[in-house]
Design a protein around this ligand. Structure first.
Ligand SMILES: [Zn+2]
Ligand SMILES: [Zn+2]
Length: 63
């Protein structure tokens, strides 16, 4: 999973909301919904909500 939006470079944590296409182009919710309108600008594919990882994941760090 990519750690940031491919358009605006906003950081996308593994358990944060993000959108991907079938080729795993990854964008933040703002770019996906307001700029691209759920269509990937790279491949014209559909952008859908990325599945989030569980917070119990070993490398999940909590202060
Ligand atoms: Zn973005
Ligand atoms: Zn794409």
């Amino acid at each position: 999973m990519k750690p940031q939006c491919e358009r605006c470079s906003a950081p996308l944590e593994p358990n944060a909301q993000a959108y991907i296409c079938s080729f795993e182009c990854t964008f933040c919710p703002t770019c996906s919904t307001q700029v691209f309108r759920y269509v990937c600008p790279n491949c014209q594919g559909e952008l859908v909500l990325r599945p989030r990882r569980r917070p119990q994941e070993p490398n999940y760090a909590v202060a």
